[in-house]
Design a protein around this ligand. Structure first.
Ligand SMILES: *Cc1c(COP(=O)(O)O)cnc(C)c1O
Length: 362
């Protein structure tokens, strides 16, 4: 199978083998060693010297963890939303009683940093800004550096969902002044699902000390205290952390700049294939097209579900459909983590074979 959804992503053999290792005491020295190695390697990839917590849960769990650990009910939050994952960020904050102001952009476009600046200027009570670095539902990468630049002109916290960008797309957590940055094991990290990571700046820890939202499993005070002792507060997904550590070694060997360059090459190549097939991309401008996920417009008269089925059944190519309002309108190719040019070439070949049978180009 050529699994080309934007997570879970294929796991390389070394990481898969690591996941099959025997259990260890999660309160013993081997686990402490494993956790500390994985943490250090993740910090290097997040480009941060801040604390980084490894949590057992999916990316959404870590988003919820960030919200409940930094905010109090009634806090005003600016949600910069360019797609379904931006909506999810806002929904989580709303669910715990934040006063969420939406700054929405058309799906398929990137957020305008000037509009973020204007929103912050017009409301100095905004306590935090929620941003999606790479919007997996639309295949758009925000200019996080520019957005962070304007947020840093204010007192607001910058909370970043980097779940489909971290480890694949340039991200300078400290250099750009991000307070919270979130990732998840099953995306660019080439590990199975089940583990998420959150980096926390000094400013984020100060906000945490005053934050009143209810929490227990996700409490970062407990997570930090235990991390300092080489542990997690609750039983961690040991097998996933084995795999993650092995995959992080692969990233270290290849080199993060090389990994980012590979994603850039593969992303550009996939977009080239889409154009060569005569299809349209959802992002209007290549300048913000994502190097980890390509969103392809489904041409009129073709049923997305049928296209996905033929690709899967006849070519072993597994793509994702559209989410929310884009359901049936786009298909998405995930090209993050363990991916090479040949993988997206195979996607394009399969599409070239299947599309004419659905009436495209006849
Ligand atoms: C995948 C993804 C999520 C959700 O992560 P889960 O692990 O499925 O909970 C959130 N945000 C973005 C940008 C994603 O790509």
């Amino acid at each position: 199978m050529n699994l080309r959804v934007p997570g879970p992503t294929p796991v390389p053999p070394a990481a898969l083998a690591a996941a099959g290792r025997q259990m260890i005491n999660h309160r013993g020295p081997e686990f402490a060693q494993l956790l500390s190695e994985a943490t250090a390697k993740l910090q290097a990839c997040f480009r941060t010297r801040n604390d980084l917590l490894i949590l057992t849960g999916s990316g959404t769990g870590a988003m919820e963890a960030a919200v409940v650990n930094l905010l109090s009910p009634g806090d005003r939050v600016l949600s910069v939303c360019i797609g379904a994952f931006g909506e999810r960020w806002a929904e989580i904050a709303r669910a715990f009683g934040a006063d969420v102001r939406m700054l929405e952009f058309p799906w398929g476009e990137a957020a305008d940093p000037d509009a973020v600046a204007a929103a912050l200027r017009s409301d100095p009570t905004i306590k935090a800004v929620l941003v999606t670095h790479n919007e997996t539902s639309t295949g758009v990468t925000n200019d996080l550096e520019a957005i962070a630049g304007v947020v840093r002109q204010s007192e607001a916290l910058l909370m970043v969902d980097a779940i489909s960008s971290a480890g694949a797309i340039e991200l300078e957590s400290d250099g750009w002044g991000c307070d919270v940055v979130i990732g998840a094991s099953q995306k660019a990290w080439m590990a199975p699902p089940g583990v998420a990571m959150v980096s926390m700046s000094e400013r984020a820890w100060r906000a945490h000390a005053a934050a009143q939202m209810p929490r227990f499993y996700w409490d970062f005070t407990a997570a930090k205290r235990q991390a300092e002792r080489g542990m997690t507060p609750w039983t961690p997904a040991v097998s996933v952390i084995y795999a993650l550590a092995a995959a992080l070694s692969l990233i270290e060997t290849e080199g993060l700049p090389q990994v980012i360059a590979r994603h850039r090459r593969v992303g550009a190549r996939m977009r080239g294939h889409v154009r060569a097939l005569g299809l349209g991309l959802l992002p209007a401008d290549d300048a913000y097209a994502s190097d980890t996920t390509t969103a392809i417009r489904v041409p009129p008269g073709i049923e997305a579900a049928q296209l996905l089925r033929l690709l899967r059944e006849e070519h072993g190519v597994v793509l994702a459909g559209g989410q929310g309002r884009l359901a049936g309108k786009i298909v998405r190719v995930g090209h993050l983590g363990w991916v090479q040019e040949a993988d997206v070439d195979a996607v394009a070949e399969a599409m070239a074979a299947v599309l004419p049978r659905l009436g495209w180009g006849r």
